[in-house]
Design a binder for this molecule. Structure first.
Ligand SMILES: *[C@@H]1O[C@H](CO)[C@@H](O)[C@H](O)[C@H]1NC(C)=O
Ligand SMILES: *[C@@H]1O[C@H](CO)[C@@H](O)[C@H](O)[C@H]1NC(C)=O
Ligand SMILES: *[C@@H]1O[C@H](CO)[C@@H](O)[C@H](O)[C@H]1NC(C)=O
Ligand SMILES: *[C@@H]1O[C@H](CO)[C@@H](O)[C@H](O)[C@H]1NC(C)=O
Length: 490
């Protein structure tokens, strides 16, 4: 026999499991984005003004091909259609959180055309009539609602989610022989024309949405190069999200090595809420994205430098020499000079652990731990080990936004040496002397190289004809954020 109490407990447990599974399906799947973009209402209003401008340009150059139609034995052709006047519609874009999309409305569009026509009726007797006509369509209104989604390739999609169109009136007047007769029917012809036009409006809009618009989104790039060997994955992690104040687009923002796509063993933290919407667009780049780059660079063995005499800038080449007239290792570390005069020192650096980027209030630092080995090279090319040690370097970066490119520079750095081991227990330098030399060597070699890469930066995901203006960057706990207005160069 079943024990009712045990059954109740079992049922409870089952519900709890089910609940956890459901919650997990919602939360466990949706990875946090590494890069997020928000387009605010201000941005949408700007997009609307651009749309209105484009529409106006388009309407000003409107042309119509010759039309012909056949109905029973009657064929009609309308040729040489000239636009006489256009009343430019007003346009508005409203966010639609319910549909996770937006509604674009254009209202009060009107157009007047002149054309030639020719009607032929075949039969026992062939009747034909030709002349010109003037037609005006006024009060055309369209409201198209678009819903956002995400394609299997991680691109944003836009789909048609409702359309309504109306035409207030159509009037036609005919000129030429028999026109007095045809004009008797002109009201009926106008109404019939209007009734045919009304469903045609939405049909055309839907065709545009399902055709051109979808094709252009399907072609959006979802990666961007970082340095030579890496690229950042900008695929969407979820569908764009529409609220009453903004549209938010969440990108993966993971950097991969081009030659070896390795998934990093850590994931992005949630980006805290942000309530100011005074700029058109906000872009968040998380610490995670920076760290995926560092992870890939470290694991693919790219954080490795061999510093020899020849790699120094020409005017500092003697710095690694033990004997020199000016500033060189020999003068900084007399112990080494004493033992190895007229030689030159070489250093190899290799990252010992994954470097780590940390963002805190107004500060971006990268901590990297290197293993360093120094040798002397004699003029006969023989080498002698001198010392090996670890150095933990902490580099402070100043991020910068130049157009749509996020870049930066190293502003300062500090080193901490540890595990100093001299070959054959010959103590050839003090830690302070090693620190001085390494600081100088890094300043001459690694830091300038790093600055070249950092200056090149990375392209942010923005449409090709969008220019950032009035931009600012702020760094917060775990992310940096760019607030910007946008100008379309159309
Ligand atoms: C339209 O018809 C007119 C008159 O028949 C003709 O001159 C013109 O070339 C046609 N235009 C096109 C694009 O076919
Ligand atoms: C990085 O890119 C450069 C230039 O494309 C190439 O020569 C080099 O082999 C690449 N390095 C790695 C580690 O893939
Ligand atoms: C240097 O960095 C490594 C790896 O991040 C860490 O384990 C070590 O404690 C650091 N050493 C010093 C002296 O700070
Ligand atoms: C760089 O300079 C800033 C400001 O003076 C300082 O707070 C920071 O600790 C320095 N960073 C390093 C790595 O020395």
């Amino acid at each position: 026999m079943m024990n009712p109490q045990a059954t109740a407990v079992k049922t409870m447990k089952m519900f709890r499991v089910l609940f956890l599974v459901l919650v997990c399906a919602e939360l466990c799947n949706s990875a946090n984005p590494g890069v997020k973009i928000r387009v605010t209402k201000k941005g949408i209003d700007y997009a609307n003004s651009v749309a209105q401008r484009l529409l106006t340009q388009q309407l000003r150059t409107l042309g119509f091909p010759n039309q012909s139609s056949q109905s029973g034995k009657t064929s009609i052709s309308v040729t040489n259609i000239r636009v006489e006047g256009v009343s430019i519609p007003s346009s508005s874009i409203a966010l639609s959180p319910q549909r996770n999309g937006l509604t674009w409305a254009i209202s009060n569009f009107g157009i007047t055309v002149r054309a030639n026509y020719r009607a032929v009726k075949r039969g026992w007797i062939r009747l034909s009539n030709s002349g010109s006509l003037r037609a005006s369509v006024s009060g055309v209104t369209v409201r198209e609602t678009l819903a956002f989604g995400r394609s299997s390739s991680g691109r944003p999609t836009i789909s048609h989610a409702g359309c309504s169109g109306s035409v207030a009136s159509v009037s036609v007047r005919f000129y030429g022989s028999w026109s007095w007769l045809i004009n008797l029917f002109r009201r009926r012809i106008g109404r019939s024309f209007r009734d045919q036009l009304r469903p045609e409006i939405c049909k055309q809009v839907i065709k545009l949405v399902n055709g051109k618009l979808q094709t252009s989104l399907a072609g959006l790039p979802v990666t961007a190069d970082v340095a030579n060997n890496f690229s950042v994955d900008y695929r969407l992690v979820t569908s764009p999200r529409v609220t009453s104040d903004y549209i938010e687009i969440s990108h993966k923002g993971t950097v991969y090595s081009k030659s070896n796509r390795r998934e990093p063993p850590f994931s992005a933290q949630a980006i805290p809420p942000w309530t100011s919407n005074s700029r058109m667009v906000y872009v968040w780049v998380t610490q995670y994205s920076f760290n995926t780059l560092l992870y890939q660079a470290h694991t693919s063995g790219m954080l490795k430098y061999q510093v020899t005499r020849n790699q120094l800038p020409v005017n500092s080449r003697s710095y690694l020499d033990t004997t020199c007239p000016g500033a060189c290792i020999g003068n900084t570390i007399p112990q080494t000079l004493a033992r190895y005069p007229r030689t030159s020192v070489e250093m190899s650096l290799e990252s010992a652990a994954m470097p780590k980027a940390t963002m805190t209030f107004n500060r971006l630092t990268i901590d990297v731990s290197f293993k360093v080995e120094a040798k002397v090279r004699f003029s006969n090319n023989a080498v002698n080990n001198l010392v090996s040690f670890n150095v933990n370097a902490s580099l402070t970066f100043k991020p910068n936004i130049r157009r749509e490119n996020l870049n930066g520079e190293v502003t300062n750095y500090s080193l901490r040496l540890s595990d100093i081991k001299f070959a054959n227990d010959q103590v050839l330098a003090t830690p302070a002397q090693l620190d001085t030399v390494l600081t100088r060597v890094l300043g001459l070699t690694v830091i300038p190289k790093l600055n070249v890469l950092a200056a090149r930066g990375v392209q942010l995901p923005a449409p090709g004809d969008a220019r950032f203006t009035n931009s600012y960057i702020s760094i917060r706990q775990g992310y940096l954020m760019i607030g910007t207005d946008v100008a379309m160069t159309l």
